[in-house]
Design a protein around this ligand. Structure first.
Ligand SMILES: [Zn+2]
Ligand SMILES: [Zn+2]
Length: 242
């Protein structure tokens, strides 16, 4: 994707509800998983990566459970299971000597990991990160940097940012860690404070109207503020793909 395309994506996402980076990363992850299912299944470069990661993290694994994906998922998971079975082939219980101190400690404390199975546990531990997580982190950085690089100056996204729901707290923290320059800092923090203050005011209004004395008052922009607040603090609710 070109820089202009990414800029346009960020600009458009700022006009949509919720954190623009969350929205864009979710879309990019969908595209990545689609590509993986339809083209990457037979890509010899991708398969070892998936094998080392033992598949995907919980969220991304279940994002693959969608209509039309059964064959692709079958091929990928078959591959992972074959490699896990190979790891388990030579496994044996590596018993400790009867009177070893470790054996006594383990018998007294179930939370001590068993040394007799430690080797197999290590072999079944992923040796790489979930490939979809890796891709999501990469895209997250691209989108955050695009926002930061265009927040002030020519073609500024500041007005669009001010009118948006702002970044969610995790992405706001990440943006702060990635930004360089006081002007960008001032613009970002001022805008984010205004956005969160607006949300806090809406929550106050919602709480006030929940009082029986004000029950008859019509609901305005504060309706749904509690859901927007949850999203602001943690990112949006993950949609079930199936
Ligand atoms: Zn976010
Ligand atoms: Zn993942």
């Amino acid at each position: 994707m070109t820089r202009t395309m990414i800029f346009c994506e960020v600009q458009n996402a700022l006009a949509e509800p919720g954190c623009a980076v969350c929205r864009l990363v979710a879309k990019a992850t969908e595209r990545y998983l689609d590509g993986l299912l339809w083209e990457g299944v037979n890509d010899p470069g991708v398969r070892p990566q998936i094998r080392r990661a033992h598949g995907f993290c919980h969220d991304h694994a279940w994002m693959l459970a969608r209509p039309g994906a059964s064959l692709g998922v079958a091929i990928l998971t078959h591959d992972v299971l074959q490699s896990l079975l190979a790891e388990m082939k030579e496994s044996r219980f590596q018993a400790l000597p009867t009177w070893s101190l470790r054996r006594v400690q383990e018998s007294l404390d179930r939370d001590q990991p068993a040394r007799a199975t430690a080797d197999l546990v290590a072999r079944l531990t992923p040796q790489a990160q979930c490939p979809a997580c890796v891709q999501a982190r990469r895209m997250e950085e691209v989108y955050l940097d695009t926002l930061l690089d265009h927040l002030v100056g020519k073609e500024s996204l500041l007005a669009a940012y001010q009118a948006s729901d702002g970044l969610c707290l995790p992405h706001f923290r990440q943006a702060l860690a990635r930004l360089r320059g006081e002007k960008v800092f001032d613009a970002l923090v001022t805008a984010q404070r205004t956005i969160w203050q607006r949300l806090a005011d809406q929550l106050s209004e919602m709480i006030r109207k929940s009082d029986y004395r004000f029950h008859d008052e019509e609901w305005g922009e504060e309706s749904g503020a509690w859901l927007r607040a949850l999203a602001a603090l943690t990112g949006p609710q993950r949609e079930k793909t199936w």
